[in-house]
Design a protein around this ligand. Structure first.
Ligand SMILES: Cc1cc2nc3c(=O)[nH]c(=O)nc-3n(C[C@H](O)[C@H](O)[C@H](O)COP(=O)(O)O)c2cc1C
Length: 78
């Protein structure tokens, strides 16, 4: 790794929470990662666990639809 990327490995804080590096997963979710009720299914869980184990400091989850009665959008996507 060249010196110019050193900053990516430095910790920072969001409020009181220390994030151990600056590598971030942007929100990406596809319909096969949640069940018909909008909750993450096993594939969706695996997707996030693999990235956490890979060392990303911050993972922003993609769209989940935990309450499809309040927000029926997810049902259309599925
Ligand atoms: C397959 C896929 C799924 C995505 N799902 C979401 C999502 O669930 N929620 C969201 O806010 N953005 C979602 N995005 C948008 C990405 O987070 C967005 O493209 C990224 O932040 C843009 O980064 P860039 O400006 O570096 O290209 C998705 C993008 C892709 C390619």
């Amino acid at each position: 790794m060249t010196y110019s990327y050193k900053k990516l490995f430095e910790p920072y804080k969001i409020g009181n929470v220390e994030i151990e590096n600056r590598f971030t997963v942007s929100p990406m979710m596809i319909s096969r990662c949640f069940d018909p009720n909008g909750a993450p299914n096993q594939e969706g869980i695996n997707y996030h666990v693999e990235r956490a184990r890979g060392g990303f400091g911050l993972i922003i989850t993609g769209a989940f639809f935990p309450d499809i009665e309040a927000d029926p959008f997810g049902a259309d996507v599925y």
